[in-house]
Design a protein around this ligand. Structure first.
Ligand SMILES: O=P(O)(O)OP(=O)(O)OP(=O)(O)OC[C@H]1O[C@@H](n2cnc3c(O)ncnc32)[C@H](O)[C@@H]1O
Ligand SMILES: [Mg+2]
Length: 182
């Protein structure tokens, strides 16, 4: 079976990607070694640098996924700071920041970076638009899923299978598969 190495410390991301890859008959292997995360406003350069760095270090082809939640009323915050905000502040305080906001629109983005040693990295971006819910709902998923609403239900309510059909990560991975199959 074909294999792909995914460099990430995030179990939620890995599990999602693994089942999406399984359906393509590709075995996904997690490497938790990590990579330096650049401080940039956009996710693409972070994923590109991370994939290149990890491919050179491990000397094998690798993929990474830099993702984040961009809330329009907060000018795109937490965006590239999504991991930091999730760990230090959490969903309840994000909801508190949104207390007086009428515009609850938000975008989840996932940027898959792929690189082979001695080559340039290539990136694939997937996005899904939704709303920041008024309260946390659901027990599935991970991270911001309990506060990200899509068609009236949060990503934590819809279940892994449905999330994997339409998520930002799925959309980025579909572009990656298309490129891989060329
Ligand atoms: O090791 P890496 O892959 O960097 O793992 P990470 O958790 O640090 O991930 P990022 O740097 O890409 O930060 C993205 C943040 O957004 C969260 N996130 C990403 N995709 C998500 C999704 O599909 N649902 C909920 N939260 C998500 C994730 O949990 C992080 O807190
Ligand atoms: Mg990270």
């Amino acid at each position: 079976m074909r294999k792909m190495v995914f460099v990430t410390g995030n179990k939620g991301k890995f599990n999602e990607a693994r089942s999406i890859f399984e359906a393509k008959d590709i075995e996904l292997i997690q490497d938790t070694g990590g990579y330096p995360e650049l401080q940039e406003d956009e996710l693409e350069p972070i994923a590109s640098f991370g994939a290149k760095w990890a491919a050179e270090k491990l000397k094998i082809p690798v993929m990474v996924d830099d993702s984040g939640l961009f809330i329009n009323a907060l000018n795109g915050f937490p965006g590239p700071y999504s991991a930091f905000v999730e760990n230090k502040i959490g969903n309840k305080k994000v909801l508190r920041l949104m207390e007086d906001e009428d515009d609850r629109t938000a975008v989840f983005k996932s940027v898959i970076g792929y690189c082979e040693p001695a080559k340039e990295a290539i990136v694939f971006t997937g996005m899904v638009e939704g709303l920041i819910s008024l309260e946390e709902k659901g027990t599935g998923g991970f991270g911001y899923d309990p506060i990200f609403e899509y068609n009236g239900r949060t990503f934590a309510e819809i279940g892994d299978d449905e999330k994997n059909k339409l998520s930002h990560r799925r959309r980025a991975l579909d572009k990656f598969f298309e490129w891989l199959s060329k």
